[in-house]
Write a protein that binds this ligand. Structure first.
Ligand SMILES: [Zn+2]
Ligand SMILES: [Zn+2]
Length: 216
């Protein structure tokens, strides 16, 4: 399993564009999933092209919540890949395409080893199984990272946390987590790094994080 950050407030490489927003590309054993779409479709598609990710290779788009910095690139993306299956929180409205759209209210496994929290407030988070445990991917973290971890833990032990963690500051909940990539809107990046220097990975467009294969 491999995660590539394709949209973030920071970038790691010249040629990639940083912009306020979040999107990452997740290659699992069975499906290629785009989690969120950033704020601007042009920037999203340009970053994908630079990273050699063909939009058509994406099977599924998971949307965390309907804030502009997560859905801004959705229309442009679906124009370039109308066949992608879209997975949104239950109250999400506004996809005007004839795509397959699934709404989720409660925690669910959508594919073997791929889980969604269902709607918490207006936001859902995703977890993918790795050999070491669950890799939790969060959009903005509005429902609170601790609450998200509580809900997703019904599917396994959280091994890694990646994404926007907003103003989250109850860092104790990361004690049992082995890898943290605080990105996008995370306010307390420096504090998290200070507390867990050996666990933290810098975010940014172009970051690739590899995990061992899916646990059987
Ligand atoms: Zn956000
Ligand atoms: Zn948000």
């Amino acid at each position: 399993m491999r995660i590539t950050i394709v949209y973030d407030n920071n970038t790691l490489e010249a040629g990639l564009t940083a912009d306020w927003g979040w999107s990452c590309f997740i290659e699992t054993a069975q499906r290629n999933i785009l989690f969120d779409t950033g704020g601007n479709g042009k920037i999203l598609l340009e970053n994908l092209r630079f990273l050699n990710i063909d939009p058509v290779s994406v099977d599924d788009v998971v949307i965390s919540h309907p804030d502009f910095d997560h859905i801004g690139g959705l229309s442009a993306f679906l124009n370039s890949n109308p066949d992608a299956v879209v997975h949104v929180p239950r109250s999400f409205r506004g996809i005007r395409y004839p795509n397959k759209v699934h709404h989720y209210k409660t925690p669910v496994q959508i594919y073997p080893g791929v889980f969604l929290t269902g709607e918490m407030g207006r936001e859902q988070s995703m977890a993918v199984n790795s050999a070491n445990g669950l890799v939790l991917i969060i959009g903005c973290g509005h429902p609170g990272v601790g609450n998200i971890m509580d809900v997703i833990s019904q599917f396994g032990k959280v091994y890694a946390v990646i994404g926007g963690l907003h103003g989250f500051d109850n860092f104790e909940v990361f004690k049992g987590v082995h890898l943290i990539c605080p990105a996008h809107c995370t306010k307390h990046k420096d504090d998290i790094k200070k507390m867990y220097p050996e666990k933290c990975i810098e975010g940014g467009v172009g970051r690739v994080i590899e995990f061992d294969g899916t646990r059987k």
